[in-house]
Design a protein around this ligand. Structure first.
Ligand code: BDR
Ligand code: CA
Length: 312
């Protein structure tokens, strides 16, 4: 049976690829896509999700979510994703009609109507998910697990301590990480190992269908930013952050996790947005998160390659 999932995202190059990976999988039943502000403003991330999914010929409800974090001002990432949030390929206007329902309304309704528990896959700031838990705590019972991209045990990418998605809305992350729902955290520890190299981008382009070519063009743009920070991070390619959270749901055997207690720093002068991972269990607190540390990189890239072959 296919696993029911909801993807909450802020496309974003790697979000777009995460969506395409999910929709091509015969293991997943994507019941809705919701968007959040993060990589760009909410109007842009929403429009990007609609455009990418329309281009891929997908039929799904796409709902707009929070325009800003719970209490902070919005931080965006034009350095990585460009002014549109999805710079690179020229995409035609969306044909999917925007949902009239908000992200929170859609998530709550999909959960309530589902006969099985649903997996949430957030690949942006956790604002929408926290809002669902604040306004409708009863729907937590309908969630099987959250497989999210965010955080890290060892160092950040936006500050020395914080990964971008958690940094954007630490208060929302704090609510989600303390929700009692099982969490798989695909943070920088694993996503920095999930790099795609130039020859592999060419292999995807070589598939030749329009979606595969568009993905290669997204990766060309995404690669320019990562080339510029190669020396700092020791990258030889581009880390495909968000697709890792989807890949874990499709095939968890690709990814190695360790169960840990994780707290979110919401205050620290230098550490706000840090996911404080008790890797050595020094405090013996309940282990609320399965933290991903390793990935079968080639298996993951092969999954992506096979996924792109399924499009037209
Ligand atoms: C995360 O930040 C965003 O720029 C990416 O889409 C990804 O979700 C990586 O830190
Ligand atoms: Ca993202």
């Amino acid at each position: 049976m296919k696993k029911p999932v909801i993807i909450d995202c802020d496309p974003g190059h790697d979000d777009a690829i995460a969506l395409l990976l999910a929709f091509s999988s015969d293991k997943l039943d994507v019941r809705a896509v919701t968007t959040v502000a993060g990589n760009q403003t909410i109007e842009k991330t929403f429009n990007n999700a609609l455009k990418v999914l329309s281009f891929a010929g997908v039929d799904v409800e796409v709902s707009k979510g929070a325009e800003k974090p719970l209490i902070r001002e919005l931080k965006t990432a034009p350095e990585v994703h460009g002014e549109s949030g999805l710079d690179g390929p020229e995409l035609p206007p969306a044909t999917i009609k925007p949902s009239k329902r908000s992200a929170v309304e859609t998530i709550v309704d999909v959960l309530n109507k589902s006969s099985e528990k649903v997996t949430l896959i957030p690949t942006g700031a956790l604002t929408n998910i926290a809002q669902v838990f604040i306004s409708h705590p009863e729907v937590k019972d309908k969630i099987d697990r959250i497989s999210l991209m965010g955080g890290s045990c060892y160092g950040g990418n936006w500050t020395p301590a914080a990964e971008f998605n958690i940094l954007v809305d630490p208060e929302a992350a704090n609510i989600v990480f303390n929700s009692g729902i099982p969490i798989t955290m695909c943070g920088l520890d694993v996503t920095h190992k999930a790099q795609i190299y130039k020859d592999e981008i060419e292999n995807i382009r070589g598939i030749g269908n329009k979606v595969a070519v568009m993905v290669a063009e997204l990766l060309d743009f995404f690669g320019k930013f990562h080339e510029a920070v190669n020396d700092k991070f020791g990258f030889a390619g581009s880390p495909l952050h968000d697709p890792v959270a989807v890949a874990w749901v499709i095939d968890p055997t690709l990814i190695t996790t360790k169960s840990c207690h994780v707290d979110i720093e919401t205050w620290g002068e230098f550490t706000s947005g840090c996911t404080v991972v008790d890797y050595n269990d020094v405090e013996g607190k309940p282990k609320n998160v399965d933290v991903a540390f390793d990935i079968d990189r080639e298996g993951f890239i092969n999954m992506l390659y096979e996924a792109m072959k399924k499009y037209n």
